[in-house]
Design a binder for this molecule. Sequence first.
Ligand SMILES: Cc1cc2nc3c(=O)[nH]c(=O)nc-3n(C[C@H](O)[C@H](O)[C@H](O)COP(=O)(O)OP(=O)(O)OC[C@H]3O[C@@H](n4cnc5c(N)ncnc54)[C@H](O)[C@@H]3O)c2cc1C
Ligand SMILES: O=C(O)[C@@H]1CCCC=N1
Length: 387
Amino acid sequence: MDANNFDCIVLGAGIQGSYTAYHLAKNKKKTLLVEQFVLPHSRGSSHGHTRIIRKAYQQDYYTRMMSECYQLWAQLEKEANVEIYRNTGMLVVGKEDCSAFRSLRGTLLRNNIPMEVLSPEQFASRFPSVRLPPGESAVIDKTAGVLHADRALKAIQDLFRGLGGVIHDGEKVVDFTPGSPITMTTNSGMYHAQSLVITAGPWAKSVLARTGLQLPLQVLRINVCYWKERIPGTYGIGRHFPCFIGVKQHGAKHDIYGLPSNEYPGLMKICYHSGSETEPDERDRQTSQEDIAILSSFVSKSFPGLDPTPAVVEQCMYTVTPDSDFILDQHPSHSNIIIGAGFSGHGFKLAPVVGKILCELALGKTPSFDLSPFRITRFQPLLKSAL
Ligand SMILES: Cc1cc2nc3c(=O)[nH]c(=O)nc-3n(C[C@H](O)[C@H](O)[C@H](O)COP(=O)(O)OP(=O)(O)OC[C@H]3O[C@@H](n4cnc5c(N)ncnc54)[C@H](O)[C@@H]3O)c2cc1C
Ligand SMILES: O=C(O)[C@@H]1CCCC=N1
């Protein structure tokens, strides 16, 4: 077999593409994973030390997918011999009359997820360093915690290589021709494969436009803010401080979420679940600070033990769909082109199952989960392309 012929090519080595490539290699498929930047890099959506993992979701289908994700993250820890998940629990805080808050709590209850409902008094005694606004309620998702993201990405790529997978980093895909096989051209080579999985993160929209498919994806630049503890360790992982999601608190349009201080000692990560629209290659030209102003006000009201000016601000990107659900589907006109896109700022924790589903689609197998929430046809009225 020619060195440039593969069973499958995966375009994009973020967490979704890397996990897909791993599953394909486990299925003994000759797989090429192509990445435009030299690895590791910080220009997409999968870099950084930490991500939240949780079962608390508004929709049962994500909560159900998470059960298998926890098993697959544990399998990765075992196969790679690295710690990736740390259980911290996660506070979910919101107003009783907020439907999103009630849905999160309802999903936990319905699915028998280990959880706790806290009265305002219990909240005040358990978390004296956090102010619960009047009229707000809190529950704890006890399964939640922190994923060591950079470590996870490296581990899955190393395992893929160990299974015989090939990674070409620093190599940008510039063109591909659908067919059987698919022909793919990069800035330094030409390859053929029976199937192609596109997991291009913020570049998905422009990559797919080459095939005539216009997906309603919006790229947002996210300011990843770290806030200094007035007394180091107050909100520390070592003191078992949990992750949290504040559901549209203090009138904010979007959720605010946080992780205990850990990766940068004395600094707690608190971010706004939205940002400013950007082109992926123009990320650093986007300098809007609107989200930071919202966060500063939130921090001063709810976290009195933090300095309300961020000490460190890093950047990352979300690729969002109109309904915040992922796109996991075959290309409407080319069944051997598989699309994983639009992870809408919550896809990391689900990557083990996303990778499994994309692998199943690439191999023509029946997917292990119901994909109706993730189908491209749900955007039919919005799609401009001639499908
Ligand atoms: C600030 C922030 C906080 C988040 N918090 C959480 C959280 O707490 N929990 C959670 O579950 N999720 C979270 N997420 C979401 C999660 O990180 C993303 O959903 C996930 O990383 C998306 O991965 P991806 O592989 O789709 O994209 P990416 O990581 O961007 O990977 C796509 C890759 O494709 C490559 N590529 C694109 N075009 C080409 C080309 N032409 N040729 C070759 N390569 C190409 C890119 O360079 C890139 O490496 C967060 C995201 C951000 C930004
Ligand atoms: O996915 C997650 O858990 C985080 C926190 C909530 C908002 C988005 N990302």
